[in-house]
Write a protein that binds this ligand. Structure first.
Ligand code: PAF
Length: 282
């Protein structure tokens, strides 16, 4: 695996990888890699001739009181994992390479960026859309791989790709969970053993909603009540949102007949965790 730090080097390396008939896959990450990231890399490996991973803790997607400075940075371990997955190229720039002094151009997907996580993390999706747009320009991938765990991020990026005519296919890979249901996240590293036990309430609440939906409940209100009741079993968990929304617009849905996204976010100890489940149309 070749490691490059600058945009110029990345462009040259990508040109070498991308002969005319080759499919290039990009997996954007912020490092602190876990099996969820590796599932994206494996999906990219199986669908693409060449795989580029980016590793960049993007400062513009963190709010002033968020965890940018303590976000886990595990570069050596990340490189070993990516090497083992036969990644061709790792782009790991410094912040000044991505945002040169005086940078003042941003990408904002206006309405979607204020929904779900965007409501409690103002500016977050502007930072995500901006850095992903930059990565798409620098790497010019045919396919780009993202995790379903970040369902709102996926909705924002899909809209950006459509609105700005990016010539890239977004591939969304399923959530990877621990055997006890906890969705994998780099932020799980912040959890004590006790926090981790509390955090299980999120996947339990989603399962309860799925069970109710499978049993024939179609109105969002009783489904949400069932989910809230489960979360209330862990008073240490501070709920941010629990919603039933449209997968593309992230607007609240009164019913789930046409399919829906159930999304939850909560603070557990020092970590803000998110999780979700897709309800199929009936
Ligand atoms: O999902 C993430 O890890 C980040 O939001 C992304 C897409 C790498 C952009 O910084």
């Amino acid at each position: 695996m070749r490691i490059v730090r600058t945009i110029a080097e990345t462009r040259r390396a990508v040109a070498d990888l991308k002969e005319p008939s080759r499919t290039l896959g990009l997996v954007p990450t912020m490092g602190a890699l876990h099996e969820g990231h590796l599932s994206l890399v494996r999906a990219a490996r199986s669908r693409c001739d060449a795989v580029v991973v980016s590793l960049f803790v993007n400062p513009t997607q963190f709010g002033p009181n968020e965890d940018l400075s303590k976000y886990p940075r595990t570069f050596e371990a990340d490189c070993a994992l990516l090497e083992a997955e036969k990644v061709d190229l790792l782009f790991a720039p410094e912040a000044a390479e991505v945002y040169p002094p005086g940078a003042q151009t941003f990408v904002e997907v206006e309405d979607l960026s204020r929904r779900l996580d965007g409501a409690s993390r103002p500016g977050h999706f502007r930072g995500v859309a901006t850095v992903v747009a930059k990565l798409f320009h620098i790497v010019a991938p045919n396919l780009a791989f993202f995790g379903q765990k970040d369902a709102a991020q996926v909705a924002v990026l899909r809209r950006m790709v459509r609105d700005l005519n990016f010539d890239v296919e977004l591939v969304v890979c399923p959530i990877v969970r621990e055997p006890d249901g906890l969705a994998l996240s780099s932020r799980n590293r912040y959890l004590s053993a006790e926090d981790r036990r509390h955090a299980l309430v999120l996947s339990r609440a989603l399962r309860r909603v799925e069970e109710q939906a499978a049993a024939g409940v179609v109105d969002a209100e009783p489904l949400l009540a069932a989910g809230h009741a489960v979360v209330a079993e862990e008073p240490a968990v501070r709920l941010d949102y629990f919603r039933v929304v449209d997968t593309d617009t992230l607007e609240d849905l009164p019913r789930i007949d046409q399919g829906a996204l159930i999304a939850v976010a909560a603070w557990v100890g020092p970590a803000r965790l998110i999780d979700n489940a897709l309800l199929p149309p009936r």
